[in-house]
Design a protein around this ligand. Structure first.
Ligand SMILES: [Zn+2]
Length: 265
């Protein structure tokens, strides 16, 4: 994808996030890793509905402006913490989708285990990162324990951060969390938000790893890369890593549907 296409994709996503009502005022921000320690970003103090490809900025690894007319946003520090912890991540999206953010305000986790598919897409849990005052040291350090495992975070009294190998994946992950929050809200109102059986959760998590998602799959990949590159240090073994994609055709179908756009790449 050319730089121009990337700028257009980022601007279109920004407008989409605004149209969905996931942000108000100047809330929310989006970045893409460009390489060479630089990141394409939305500027601060602009409605996400008014972002254009021409209005984007470029920042360095410390969040300082490299080019563009706007100014960097404060929360770029949160994005950079994700990029530092996760070399596989190329896009980060932060917004305040109202239902999921409502859960974060109530201090209640949004469960990925209510339905089968989100376990494949998001893993066993969607972490609820403890609240920290913006720019306080804990603002960043609170994220760190969750970054390796999770591809989406619920930030207490704040909002949602999602990230992935591209903008579309980051978007889809946030969409799924907001959708799950709505389902959990209704289930709680009408009765009880029950998770699917534990045994099925375990099988779906194995399918997730087999599909190349999550920490175990990434560790497996880096172990193979290290072996190919003749690394002398022995990578950690992967506990219970699955050797092959889900043998069960039903599980395989769920994985294919849920991860279609990633698997097509
Ligand atoms: Zn925010």
């Amino acid at each position: 994808m050319s730089r121009r296409q990337l700028e257009q994709e980022l601007a279109a996503l920004s407008q989409r996030v605004h149209a969905l009502g996931w942000v108000a005022n100047h809330d929310g921000n989006i970045t893409v890793r460009l390489g060479d320690g630089r990141y394409l970003a939305t500027p601060t103090s602009v409605s996400k509905g008014a972002i254009t490809a021409e209005g984007l900025i470029v920042v360095d690894g410390e969040g300082k402006l490299v080019s563009g007319k706007g100014k960097p946003f404060t929360e770029v520090a949160l994005h950079l913490a994700v990029y530092r912890a996760r070399p596989d991540v190329r896009a980060v999206l932060h917004a305040h989708p109202p239902t999921a953010t409502g859960f974060s305000v109530a201090g209640i986790e949004v469960k990925s285990t209510l339905l089968a598919e989100p376990i494949v897409s998001l893993g066993a849990t969607i972490p609820l990162v403890p609240y920290a005052r913006p720019r306080a040291p804990e603002w960043l350090t609170n994220l760190v324990p969750f970054l390796e495992d999770a591809d989406v975070l619920l930030l207490e009294n704040h909002g949602v951060m999602s990230y992935g190998p591209d903008l579309e994946t980051a978007y889809l992950r946030m969409e799924l969390v907001e959708h799950l929050a709505k389902i959990q809200l209704v289930a709680t109102q009408v009765g009880l938000a029950r998770s699917i059986p534990a045994g099925d959760q375990a099988m779906l998590l194995e399918s997730r790893t087999a599909a190349g998602l999550g920490k175990a799959a990434r560790n497996k990949h880096s172990a193979v890369t290290a072996a190919v590159n003749g690394a002398t240090t022995q990578p950690k073994p992967i506990p219970n890593a699955l050797p092959t994609p889900a043998a069960d055709p039903l599980l395989r179908a769920i994985v294919a549907e849920e991860l279609g756009h990633l698997l097509r790449k």
